[in-house]
Design a binder for this molecule. Structure first.
Ligand code: SF4
Length: 290
């Protein structure tokens, strides 16, 4: 629960505010970019919402914030806004919200599929989401991109009897995971889902390609709001930049028109344009090799 006595400098006065518990995860800036902005090491409210939709987006941000750092100076209706989650993004693809501080506010997703639904990385364990997932047919698989973004995957797996999928090199984060990816070969699950090992950010990082359109990228690849292009960062590469560059080159062999990351912005672009951005990123990665 945010505390007005701990409000951060830089918030503009009004209904919404951010307090000093903010961990600068970017979730609020994605959900309500017209209200929240980055002040270096934290977010603040730079424009108070002035329409119903801006209030709704800001309330979604309040609910999705991993640290409860967003507050209001008056009571607002969070109950009906909670019903927005999981947020539909595209046909059968949802953003879960309710990010976990244990994954530094990483985004997680839900894919509705006739052969069993998938969760991609994990949100906080929330009874509200459990009820929503149950109504959509439960969760059959939980794909875990890497060890940092597992959050409450074990609790969701137990509740739904779901199978967690994770690479062996990340297994310490979910030692009882049901499906372990080995080595570097892609692994297909029915005709629609392809797990692709992409070592670099961590040793056993993997991405998930769905239907040849949607690439769930964990912390391997994301869209940069400032650069307006695809991005990866050496400063958050925990295993090997050389390996991450190789893994990025590997993705040139696949078509996709969505990038849905754990951190950073989601983006949809024509596949050919996406590939151009990917090529430019690989060039930048090579030039930053040393
Ligand atoms: S969502 Fe919460 S923790 Fe993340 S940047 Fe916004 S206020 Fe800070």
């Amino acid at each position: 629960m945010a505390n007005i006595t701990r409000i951060l400098d830089g918030n503009i006065e009004g209904l919404f505010f951010v307090d000093e518990t903010c961990i600068d995860c970017d979730t609020c800036r994605q959900l309500a970019p017209e209200v929240f902005t980055d002040l270096g090491d934290y977010s603040v409210v730079f424009h108070q919402p002035s329409s119903d939709s801006e209030v709704r987006n800001s309330t979604q941000a309040l609910l999705a914030c991993p640290t409860g750092s967003i507050g209001t100076t008056e009571k607002i209706d969070t109950h009906s806004v909670m019903e927005d989650f999981p947020l539909p993004l595209d046909d059968g693809i949802y953003y879960n919200g309710f990010t976990s501080k244990h994954s530094f506010g990483a985004s997680s997703y839900f894919v509705k599929h006739p052969e069993g639904n998938w969760m991609i990385d994990s949100p906080k364990y929330m009874p509200h989401l459990v009820v929503k997932f149950e109504a959509m047919g439960g969760v059959r698989y939980i794909f875990l991109s890497h060890q940092d973004d597992v959050a409450d995957a074990d609790r969701y797996a137990k509740h739904f009897g779901a199978q967690r999928i994770i690479h062996r090199a990340e297994l310490r984060a979910q030692p009882e995971a049901e499906v372990v990816i080995e080595g570097r070969e892609p692994v297909r699950f029915n005709s629609d889902f392809l797990v692709i090992p992409t070592p670099g950010h961590t040793q056993g990082h993997c991405v998930l390609l769905y239907k040849g359109h949607y690439l769930f990228t964990g912390d391997h690849l994301w869209w940069s709001r400032n650069r307006k292009t695809l991005n990866a960062s050496r400063s958050v590469c925990w295993y090997s930049w050389t390996e991450q560059t190789r893994s990025m080159e590997l993705l040139l062999g696949y078509e996709f028109d969505w990038v849905l990351p754990g951190h950073g912005e989601r983006i949809t672009l024509p596949a050919a344009t996406m590939k151009e951005h990917l090529l430019r990123l690989i060039e930048r990665m090579h030039s930053n090799a040393k």
